[in-house]
Design a binder for this molecule. Structure first.
Ligand code: NDP
Ligand SMILES: O=CC(=O)O
Length: 292
């Protein structure tokens, strides 16, 4: 397959680009903080000096950026991909953003003759390392088919969801549910402990019942040990709750559970926990008010 460009060497981008390299793809990487490209370079990647330089070199470029401002910046700012994208190029944005951001990028890329696909992913650092992501693509069907060999390496399943915006919306719905579950799980762990039960036994009980799930199984043991080494940074989960709530506003969907979960993540951010794993929201529930 043609060389692939990759913008954004954060937790996810680095794991995904590394995976492409391991599977024989030629990859050119770029990151705002350039030093984060060093490890990829050691594993055979080339390094581009700007998003525009990457697009000029590569037929296909993938973006994996933190949030809407970051996703817009690599496209529209000086040195951004719009400076070089043309009818020979495809841009695939795999960041989690809202449908409006994605549509804005799509329109600009298409106006320059390029093709665009949004393809946010479900699955965290480990699935990214193992090529086990779930890819939620929407936009240009032709580009989707051309990039499938790379998606087959990055993920265990790809969905094509139709027009631009549908991938972004699906991802926000999924993460809204995940964030609400993490809040409920944290409350449950605290309730077990404060009422004299063993949190470890609670994990065993949960794992054998109808609400067993990989997230409780993976995050529970480290939460009990207060280990919040970031796989999915809490600030990004709160961004997803915020964007999902805005989607609820647009569609007049009442979302009291998600709104309460968003407050939990906001409180965690206000306590300086934004760069830790999203499971650190547990710390917010542990704090009890002093008795009067
Ligand atoms: N971690 C996870 O488990 C998952 C994350 N996601 C989503 O994937 C995306 C990336 O997440 P993740 O890798 O964890 O995040 P990180 O915070 O680890 O990485 C964010 C990346 O965005 C870059 N960036 C931030 N702001 C700008 C900007 N203004 N201009 C250019 N680049 C910028 C960072 O560059 P720099 O190094 O210079 O700061 C970095 O490369 C997010 O949208 C997240 O919601 C989706 C599924 C799972
Ligand atoms: O967006 C995060 C994830 O785990 O999926």
């Amino acid at each position: 397959m043609e060389e692939i460009g990759f913008l954004g060497m954060g937790i996810m981008g680095k794991a995904m680009a590394m995976n492409l390299l391991r599977n024989g793809f030629k990859v050119t990487v770029w990151n705002r903080t350039l030093s984060k490209c060093d490890e990829l370079k050691e594993h055979g990647a080339s390094v581009g000096e700007s998003p525009a330089a990457v697009v000029k070199k590569c037929k296909y470029t993938i973006g994996m950026l933190s949030d809407p401002p970051a996703a817009l910046s690599v496209v529209f700012d000086k040195g951004g991909i719009l400076e070089e994208i043309n009818s020979g190029n495809g841009y695939i944005d795999m960041s989690t953003v809202d449908a409006e951001t994605s549509s804005k990028i799509s329109k600009a890329v298409v106006a320059k003759g390029g093709s665009f696909l949004e393809a946010p992913v479900s699955g965290s650092k480990k699935p990214a390392e193992d090529g086990q992501l779930v890819i939620l693509a929407a936009g240009d069907k032709g580009l989707y088919e051309e990039i499938l060999p790379a998606f087959d390496v990055l993920g265990k399943k790809s969905f094509f969801l139709g027009q631009v915006g549908n991938g972004a919306k699906m991802k926000l719905v999924v993460n809204m549910i995940m964030g609400s579950m993490m809040n409920a799980f944290s409350e449950g762990l605290v309730l077990a402990e404060k009422s004299g039960l063993s949190p470890n036994t609670l994990l065993d009980v949960l794992d054998l019942g109808g609400i067993a799930n990989p997230m409780f199984k993976m995050k529970g043991p480290s939460m009990i040990l207060n280990n919040y080494s970031p796989a999915f940074p809490l600030k990004h989960q709160q961004k997803d709750m915020r964007l999902a709530l805005a989607l609820g506003d647009e569609n007049a969907v009442s979302m009291p559970v998600a709104a309460a979960a968003n407050e939990g993540f906001k409180k965690a951010r206000s306590k300086g926990l934004g760069d830790l794993d999203f499971s650190a929201v547990y710390e917010v529930f542990k704090v009890t008010k002093p008795s009067p």
